[in-house]
Ligand binder design. Structure first.
Ligand code: ADP
Length: 230
């Protein structure tokens, strides 16, 4: 569950990136966050992950109030989130299997838990036979599937995908979006930042549109459908 209450974010150079954003994402939702370059999408993501702090307003992330969170609690808050990026960010010198086990070991998972969970998530993303490959032995779509598996491996409440299909062709993009939809249907809340209008239009999901630091529309199947009025 995410709550942004009257969030303002001004960078050190004076740029007002967010000007009073209110956003509520409930557990289990699938939300597209769309808007032109520079509108404030990355700033919202960075606020949710705790990478930056707002200059005004309140943020709640999966039960944590980021305004008064103790430093020691920040890693636990982050574990409720799985993040996926446009450029995959896999460890090139590790195999698929090692990329996943590394992420689990980092949070103190036992060998037994790892042995059970890794095959499950690899199967979920359709890569159960490719665990011993290195990232450069996989296609872009497959690498993004590994990144999704890694984001899921510690069972987060929510996945945040920042332009997950930005480096993929339309067919692969559609497959990745269908996979994110399937993961959402299994119970993980999904926040997907994207520019891909046709993809957004193909899925009848909640679309939050942001422009110039403000939410300008928020409706199911919205925004691009009503493009002519933007
Ligand atoms: P988007 O992700 O929608 O492209 P951003 O959140 O990255 O938008 O940027 C929102 C605004 O904040 C833009 O005007 C951008 O130039 C500015 N901005 C982003 N990051 C920084 C930064 N680190 N320092 C100063 N200004 C920034």
């Amino acid at each position: 569950m995410i709550r942004l209450l009257d969030i303002h974010a001004t960078y050190d150079n004076g740029t007002r990136a967010l000007k009073g954003v209110n956003l509520r994402i409930d557990d289990g939702e699938f939300v597209f966050l769309v808007g032109p370059s520079g509108s404030g999408k990355s700033t919202i993501i960075k606020l949710i992950t705790g990478e930056i702090q707002p200059t005004g307003g309140r943020i709640m992330v999966n039960g944590y109030n980021l305004g008064d969170i103790r430093p020691g609690q920040v890693p636990y808050m982050r574990r409720t989130l799985g993040v996926i990026f446009q450029d995959f960010r896999l460890i090139e010198k590790k195999t698929v299997w090692e990329n996943l086990t590394f992420a689990m070991r980092a949070v103190g998972a036992s060998p037994r838990e790892i042995k059970k969970r890794v095959p499950y998530v690899l199967d979920l993303v359709g890569l159960n036979y490719k665990g011993d490959r290195y990232p450069n032995q996989l296609s872009g779509g497959e690498q993004q599937r590994v990144a999704i598996a890694r984001a899921l491996v510690n069972n987060p409440q929510m996945i945040i995908a920042d332009e997950p299909t930005g480096n993929l062709d339309p067919t692969r993009s559609q497959e990745i979006m269908l996979l994110l939809e399937k993961i959402n249907e299994l119970g993980t809340t999904m926040l997907v930042v994207t520019h891909e209008k046709e993809l957004v239009n193909r899925f009848s999901k909640r679309v939050v549109a942001i422009e110039n630091g403000r939410v300008i529309s928020d409706e199911t199947g919205g925004y691009y459908k009503n493009e002519e009025i933007i």
